[in-house]
Unconditional design. Sequence first.
Length: 205
Amino acid sequence: MVHQRLHSGESPYSCELCNKAFKTRSIPITHQRTHSGERPYSCEVCNKALKKWSHLIRHQRIHSVERPYSCEVCNKAFNTHSILITHECIHSEEGPYSCEVCNKAFKKRSHLIRHQRIHSGERSYSCEVCKKAFRQKSHMIKHLRLHSAGRPYVCVVCNKAYSDKCSLINHKRKNCGERSYVCDVCNKAYRQKSSVIKHKRIHSG
C-alpha cells in the first residue's frame, strides 16, 4: 500500500502545523521537529542532540575511527558518503554537478547555482539604494560603496579614493607614476608587465 503511493502520488498524512502532506505516517513525526525544535537523539560522547537517528549515526563517526567510504582511486577513507563524493572530484577534471542547459560541470553545488544565473538571467541581489540587481553578492557589495563613503582604497600620492583595490592599482600606474614591474637584471622599473618583458630582451640578446 505504501509503495503504491509512489505511483499514485497520494499523500494522506499531513503536518498539523503547516499542512504539508506526506506519503507515510512516520515522516510527519520527523517533520514536526522542524517546528518544535525537538532533538531526541543525543550523542553519548559529546551530548550533541540531533533530530534524526540517521544524523546521530553519521555524527558518531566523528568520534570513532570508522570510515566506511573509500575512494576507489587513492583508497583514502571518509566517514560520510557526501565527503567522499566531494573528494573524488580531485581525481577528475569534471565535477558531479552539471548544468542542464550547457552541460558544464562543477565540483561544488554552489558554483553550479551561481553559473545557472547566466542562463536564467536571475539577479538575486539588489542594491537597497537604487534597486540595481546583481547575480553575485560580491558584485552588489562592491556597487554599494558607490552610494556611501565606502572607498577604503586611497592613493598615498594624490589621496584619491576607490571602492576596490583593482581600481586603485590601475590609477597608480596611469596617473601617479607607480612602476611596479622591475627588471631583475638592471632594476629598471616599468608601469606595465609587458614593458618589462620587452625590456629584458636587451639583456638576453
